[in-house]
Design a protein around this ligand. Structure first.
Ligand code: ZN
Length: 308
């Protein structure tokens, strides 16, 4: 059985964002505390005892405190059920949480060489000492993360390239990998070896192309990039000068948006994750939320547990 816990559902900044007074952030701080959400990450396990994080958000410490399954085992002085972290990109909201895992427990980081090169180029990550292994993963090649004793986890993961871009802070810089091409943004198919049940995880995706459509068709469950409702919403709301596309994120709405592009693919359960606080679909009574839900989408919430 594959267990999934949504540790955080929000995009970078979370809800509320520290310096934001937009309607969603304002409501989350005042009369709608249920809107509060930490930055996107999920935890997965095949045996219920050993867990792998998909991305390590800056809110990781808070997320682990809120999730008893991820606490140290009773009676052990030092322990964590977390066996590894799989990274799908090099953005701050996917990697900064690694710095909250620096207290000497061993685990393995699985990432594409382009993302590993970012960690290597930033000496602050050297705080993750020799007990933390860094394992390179290849596009379109299944890997099985291992437990601390080296035994197989029972989870098969297939990384694949999705339309996207390298991390925001590398814009205009030479990539530490000194290489072009895919790898900065990946999607994952996560499969339980015993049952064969699987789901897809895409926290960042700039467009839905035919390759992605054919992968996601008939999937039982997908977590999909829900950063913005419309491409220019940050600009229109006076919150910033970036479009969704400029940040490597497809919009939920519009002819080429996620809702329209993924309609009719016979996907069992569709969950938006990595949702920016500017996105009106976060508000329970908004027209945008209603449109998303009518199209069969769910808006992820922190703490949601799913068993496959
Ligand atoms: Zn806001």
């Amino acid at each position: 059985m594959l267990r999934v816990v949504v540790l955080g559902a929000a995009a970078g900044g979370g809800v509320p964002q520290w310096n934001c007074g937009c309607p969603v952030c304002l409501a989350a701080r005042t009369e709608r505390p249920e809107l509060k959400s930490t930055q996107a990450s999920i935890a997965i396990s095949a045996d219920g005892a050993h867990w792998f994080l998909i991305n390590a958000s800056p809110d990781l410490r808070q997320q682990l405190i809120a999730t008893p399954r991820l606490h140290p085992e009773a009676g052990k002085l030092r322990h964590s059920p977390i066996s590894g972290v799989i990274l799908t990109n090099g953005e701050i909201d996917a990697i900064a949480g690694l710095l909250s895992m620096r207290e000497g427990s061993s685990f393995t980081i699985y990432a594409h060489p382009k993302v590993l090169s970012i960690l290597k180029a930033n000496s602050i990550f050297n705080v993750l000492n020799e007990k933390v292994a860094r394992q390179s993963i290849e596009l379109d090649k299944i890997f099985e993360p291992t437990l601390p004793d080296g035994s197989p986890s029972g989870i098969e993961i297939l990384p694949f390239a999705v339309p996207g871009k390298s991390a925001w802070y590398l814009e205009g810089e030479v990539h530490p990998a000194e290489a072009d091409g895919a790898g900065d943004t990946i999607g994952l198919r996560v499969r339980d070896k015993t049952s064969g049940k699987h789901f897809y995880f895409l926290a960042a995706c700039a467009a839905v192309n035919d390759d992605l459509k054919s992968r996601l068709a008939s999937a039982p469950l997908i977590f999909f990039d829900g950063t913005v409702w419309r491409d220019d919403e940050l600009i229109a709301a006076g919150l910033g000068d970036k479009t969704g596309q400029g940040m490597g994120h497809i919009a939920m709405s519009g002819d080429k948006g996620a809702i329209a592009s993924l309609a009719g693919l016979d996907i069992g359960r569709k969950i938006f994750l990595h949702i920016n606080n500017s996105n009106p679909a976060l508000l329970y009574d908004s027209a945008e939320r209603e449109i998303a839900e009518r199209a069969g989408w769910q808006i992820a919430a922190d703490g949601t547990e799913i068993m496959l």
